[in-house]
Each structure stands twice: as structure tokens, then as C-alpha cells.
Design a protein around this ligand. Sequence first.
Ligand SMILES: Nc1ncnc2c1ncn2[C@@H]1O[C@H](COP(=O)(O)OP(=O)(O)O)[C@@H](O)[C@H]1O
Ligand SMILES: [Mg+2]
Length: 426
Amino acid sequence: MAIDTLVIGSGAREHALLWKLKQSPRVGKLYVAPGNGGTALIAENVPIGVMEFDKLVKFAQEKRIGLVVPGPDDAFVGGIVDVFQAHGLRVWGPSREAAQIEGSKAFSKQLMQDAKIPTAEFKIFTDSAAALAYVRTRGAPIVVKASGLALGKGVYVCRTTEEAERAIQEIMVEHVHKAAGDEVVIEEYLEGPEISVHALSGGVTHVLFPPSQDHKRVEDGDQGKNTGGMGTIVPVPWVTPAMMADIENRIVIPTFEEFNKRGVRFQGLLFPGLLLTKDGPKALEYNARFGDPECQVYMRLLKTDLLDLLEASIDGTLDAIRDSIGWHRGFAANIVIASGGYPDAYKTGFPIRGIAEAEQDEHVVVFQAGTKMDNGQLVTAGGRVLSVSAIGSTLKQALDRAYAAADKIHFEGMHYRQDIGAKSLT
Ligand SMILES: Nc1ncnc2c1ncn2[C@@H]1O[C@H](COP(=O)(O)OP(=O)(O)O)[C@@H](O)[C@H]1O
Ligand SMILES: [Mg+2]
């Protein structure tokens, strides 16, 4: 029987999940709460917010939803999986307890320490005076992090002691990240290329996805402010199978083992962010869900039915399907198109043109994020607006197609990086 499915979220990540689920012969009706202008074209948008758990449960019960797939971090950290499970509904992803690995950087650093996972040296603070004294003795460069979820804005990579002092002031005294800054992690500054690793877990065994790479800074050459992510490639051509095995052995497996030791089942997606330093891979943090924009490129390259993967993750049967999981040959890339001003303040409501033209290339899919329909016109409604994805047999081909498509799109004030994947081309 077809499984009616509810995806929760409104980003390009959720659009990509829906796009992939839509291709499954076993998926029935597709709903998304709250969705965006693009998801409305392939699923039914339901006007319920990501954190309105009671309303979401009621909707799922009324529609006899067979599978719930939440996307965003705050939903998992807030315990959405526990709430759906308590009502006997089938839901994918980590419990509130497991999602602490993303919801609290203090928790995750402690876990890394317990499991002897390579990571930046660190100390945890709840008192600003002690934090200030620490950065003054350690000096710069140094990294100051609000422990909780801070919309991707809670990490301050500080080049000087003064910058670090200002970060502590903002987080701990002015409370700009509210309770997310009640605890602060101060850690050693690390150097090296950054990659994203995704491991789908069924609680006991896991499956590792190919390595991907996001581009966090808003401007070309990794300049400017940190963002939610400006573009991704998969796979990263210079990350060898031996490097992935090393990452799996030193970071992924010990993390799952530590959860097991603590009697916590981690079901869902573990996404450690890591730096490849000269001393080997080091974990920066964990996310407990698909990355956005990583998800978009994974969905373009994944051959296997996504429903099969999600169900095997829920049921803890990944081992049984491991050998049948396949990826298309070649590469996928995506370019995030953002509103003028993003990641700072930006205006919305500008008409978006050119998506159909961009998608005339059969290798291109435009996933939507901050968009909505306004009297029959698609307009901007958020910071990251579109994720223009393309596949190709080489990385260059995937990037060229994605950029050619992005160039056909227009809205007032739009900007996107011109150098996604560039460092991996040589
Ligand atoms: N110890 C570190 N050394 C150097 N750069 C870091 C360090 N920790 C974080 N960063 C940079 O800051 C970004 C955000 O940090 P991260 O811990 O991933 O937090 P979040 O994604 O929750 O904002 C990382 O993607 C990385 O580029
Ligand atoms: Mg991160």
C-alpha cells in the first residue's frame, strides 16, 4: 500500500527530500508543513509551523500519514520525534536525547572527549568573567561558540583577543543568542579544508554517504560572514576512500559507539562537520539531520529509493539493504542564490524569474527555499531563496551547468558565489 508522507520544513533541503520521495513508487500522497513556493508544485503545502508539534500530530492522524520526515535541527532538538512516537506515528530521525549532539555543543564536545574523538581542544563556560580570563591567557586565534542552536550565527572565529572578548560580551552579557548562549564553548582554532560527512544510522549499523563540501562564507574566496551555506559539491574529488575510512574509524564509529555505551539509540542522520588538519581529521561539531545545502546534492546523486533508506533507518535494518544502496556516477553541485543583504537584514517580496528557463537543461533542478506564491507570482520570502542544482559526469560539467542555470534566474538584489567547487577543480 502506498505510504502517505509528511515532510516538515520549508527549505531547499525539504524541497529536495520531497523531489526524491516523489520518485518512489511506494510513496502515496505527499504533504509538507509549511513548505514554500516550490514545494507546492510537487506536494500539498500545509500551513503548520515546524515547531507546532500538536497541530502536526493532529494533521498526521487525520490524514493517516504513514511516514513523517522532519528536516530542520530545531524540530529534532525540540523532540519532534518523541512527540510523534508517543502518538504511535511512524517518524524518521533522532530522539530529543540523541539530538542533543546538535542542540548542545557542550554536550557534543563532552561526548567527543569521552569517546576520544579528535577535536579542537576546548573548555566550557557559564560565567563571562572566567571566559574572558581564559581567552586572555590563551590568546588568538581562538573560537568562541554559543552552545545551543543559534541559526548558524553562534560561532565566532576570532583573529584577535579583542574579537574574542567582544564575542563573549555579545553571547554571555548581551545575550544576543538568548538561552543558546547560556553555555559557551571556547576552543582552539584549527586549520585545513572543511568537508561534510553524512552517516545514516539505524541505531546499530550505519551507511556512509560520499563526502560533500559546503561553502559557508558569503563571499568568494571564503571571505565575509558565515551563512547557512552558499553551495555544495558531491563527491569531493580529492577526498580518497582511505581518508573516508579514516574519518569513519576515528569519528563516525566512535560517536555511534559512545551513544550505544550510554544506552541511547541514534536513529537518523549524523552529520559531523570536520576539518582535515595536518594532524588528520578533526570533528568541529555534529548535526543530527541532513545538511542544507548538502541534502540537495545528495538527493540528485542518490540512485536508491529514499523511502527504502528512511524506513531501514527507522527499523534498524540498514545492513540488509547496504549492498543495494547506489549512487549515480559523476558529480552534483548546487549554487545557493540569496537575497540582497543576506546573511544580514534583507528585503523580501521581489518577483523571481527564469526558473523554467534554468530547468530547460535536463540536468538541472532548481530547489526553492525562501519563496512563496503571491497572487500567482513567485516572490522572494527569505534569505536563501533558491538552490540551483546540476549533475554532470565531471565536477566541472556539473558546476558549469549549475552556473549556466543560475545565470538565467533573476530577482532584485540577488547574489551568489561564483567560486563554488573551484578549489576542487584543479
Ligand atoms: N575550531 C575551529 N577552528 C576553525 N574554524 C572553526 C572552528 N570551529 C568552527 N569553525 C568554523 O565555523 C563554522 C561554524 O562552526 P560550527 O561548529 O560548525 O557551528 P554551526 O554550524 O552550528 O554554526 C564552521 O563551519 C567552521 O568553518
Ligand atoms: Mg556547522
